[in-house]
Design a binder for this molecule. Structure first.
Ligand SMILES: CC(C)(COP(=O)(O)OP(=O)(O)OC[C@H]1O[C@@H](n2cnc3c(N)ncnc32)[C@H](O)[C@@H]1OP(=O)(O)O)[C@@H](O)C(=O)NCCC(=O)NCCS
Length: 171
């Protein structure tokens, strides 16, 4: 097995706290939709960038996005809102990592914050030389919250594998 630098550096694993990241953005007029609210694609880009930072911090390797499990736009984000994406790892496989990204919109004048989106994205760490999936440090589950989110990730993974098997059987 190809043992990555990251695995050698952290053979016992790393916690979700070590890679948790926040990206924030003040939206500009070219990022709005026809209704004058923030365009959904801009939010998706922020979410993917935030998740990618989390995965790279854990792996200390280049990463690519392989799946976006679910995206819901619960509420509009207004042009004047300040938008923050908070990402944290919830699952780590051999080379894959699932990141939960929560988006918050803050009305700057009042400080009122709304959670507008929760998304789950999967990234794969790549070997710098051959571009193939590369092993990453295991995830250390420290808290009850870590264990709860990890259990949810396992359920999503099982559901996805069952759906893939069903799709193959139908081909
Ligand atoms: C990432 C990539 C190299 C993986 O290649 P692959 O031949 O599928 O590799 P594997 O089958 O060994 O899978 C590698 C890991 O990805 C996971 N994976 C692959 N497809 C997945 C999917 N749709 N959802 C979740 N995990 C997935 C596998 O479960 C495996 O996880 P593990 O190592 O933790 O067990 C290839 O899928 C790829 O290049 N995809 C394009 C990525 C991209 O361009 N993204 C957009 C721009 S960043």
């Amino acid at each position: 097995m190809n043992v990555s630098d990251a695995e050698q550096e952290s053979p016992q694993g790393k916690t979700a706290r070590e890679s948790a990241s926040t990206l924030s953005e003040s939206m500009m007029p070219d990022q709005l939709n026809h209704h004058g609210n923030v365009f959904g694609g801009e939010i998706l880009a922020l979410v993917d960038k935030c998740g990618g930072v989390v995965a790279r911090r854990h792996a200390r390797h280049p990463v690519v996005t392989v799946a976006v499990d679910r995206v819901e736009f619960r509420e509009p984000i207004y042009a004047t809102d300040y938008v923050e994406a908070h990402g944290r790892l919830v699952y780590v496989g051999r080379s894959s990592m699932e990141v939960m990204v929560t988006v918050e919109a803050e009305q700057v004048e009042t400080g009122k914050r709304r959670c507008t989106n929760v998304c789950f994205l999967t990234y794969v760490a790549l070997d710098r030389f051959n571009g193939r999936p590369s092993p990453v440090p295991p995830l250390i589950l420290e808290t009850d919250e870590d264990r709860r989110l990890h259990a949810g990730a396992i359920r999503r993974r099982e559901r996805r594998l069952a759906e893939e098997a069903e799709a193959r059987a139908a081909e």
